[in-house]
Design a binder for this molecule. Structure first.
Ligand SMILES: Cc1ncc(COP(=O)(O)O)c(C=O)c1O
Length: 305
């Protein structure tokens, strides 16, 4: 038993106050309860433990990834427990506290400069190139959050936990996508648990790559990467919706004050649109979305001023 056993089995709660009457039920899986405060712990555990099992990686080796911080913090945490070193390619467009969290777990953090703190396709490309270069060094393993099949698999338990908690009854599962792994991996877990729910993906309206083919600058950390999310299987989706980031930020504040749920902007975005869908569907239906992470790391950012 070590701290990796604290990953998963997070609570799922029903939103009580902010969902209007005559709407469907909206449930949220509170992934901020994972050790580093984000669902990324699940994928970091799957990626690194499976790489060790395959002997693609041995204790003492260095793991490399480019990251907006949540993945990096999860990889730093799991690397620390498994005796691995971790280097993150990060940017000043993301929360400073995420950098500090990675460093707390012993990671080395390399910071790419952003244009005025905005996340742009160019910034992501520069981070990616830097990580690729580092990964060419000996005894170095590229975690590959945008490619490794272990990433999507790492979220399957999230789906089976939801299925168990709701005794199999749910109509729509929806969430915003970065890599698309959490959405699709959770859906895989639901399917394995014999749940037939519809699947809806969200993206920021300010970077509507999936719905229009053109990304743009936005401030919702972790999603809206400006290219096709590698794990997103559009054939499984009922639809994709673009959601205004400003509504997402306001929703974060409402969630904290009215429901006691302290979260980041991607969660605010998920809940904003989940409630909209709930109004469209009406009573007797059940919608589930993800509380991607804990709000503590966003204190002092544009969300909680
Ligand atoms: C806070 C946050 N929300 C949502 C996402 C999107 O998750 P995924 O990459 O699995 O689609 C991420 C991914 O980095 C994230 O950090």
């Amino acid at each position: 038993m070590n701290s990796l056993n604290a990953i998963g089995n997070t609570p799922i709660v029903r939103l009580e106050k902010i969902v209007p009457e005559d709407s469907a039920e909206v449930w949220i899986k509170l992934e901020g309860g994972n050790p580093t405060g984000s669902y990324k712990d699940r994928m970091a555990l799957a990626v690194l433990s499976r790489a060790l099992e395959r002997e693609d990686l041995v204790p003492g080796d260095t793991v490399v990834e480019y990251t907006g911080g949540s993945t990096g913090t999860a990889l730093a945490f799991v690397s620390a427990v498994l005796g691995l070193k971790f280097i993150a390619v990060f940017s000043d467009a993301f929360s400073k506290s995420k950098q500090q969290a990675m460093e707390a777990f012993g990671a080395k953090v390399l910071v790419e400069k952003s244009d005025n703190g905005t996340i742009t396709p160019d910034l992501i490309q520069r981070m990616k190139n830097r990580a690729y270069e580092l990964a060419k060094k000996p005894n170095t393993y590229y975690a590959d959050q945008f490619g490794s099949p272990d990433v999507r698999d790492g979220y399957k338990p999230l789906g089976s936990e939801i299925a168990d908690a709701l005794s199999g009854k749910l109509d729509i599962f929806c969430a915003a996508v970065g890599t698309g792994a959490a959405l699709m991996g959770t859906f895989d877990g639901l399917v394995e648990s014999k749940i037939q729910s519809e699947l809806i993906a969200f993206e920021p309206l300010q970077s509507p790559f999936l719905t229009t083919g053109k990304g743009g600058p936005h401030q919702v950390e972790g999603i809206g990467v400006g290219f096709e999310p590698p794990f997103l299987d559009r054939t499984k989706l009922k639809e994709i919706r673009a959601v205004d980031q400003n509504q997402a930020f306001k929703m974060c504040q409402r969630l904290a004050r009215e429901e006691g749920i302290f979260c980041g902007a991607s969660t605010g975005l998920n809940v904003t649109e989940a409630i909209k869908i709930a109004k469209e569907l009406g009573p007797e239906k059940r919608i589930v979305t993800l509380g991607c992470d804990n709000g503590i790391k966003y204190l002092g950012s544009h969300i909680y001023i």
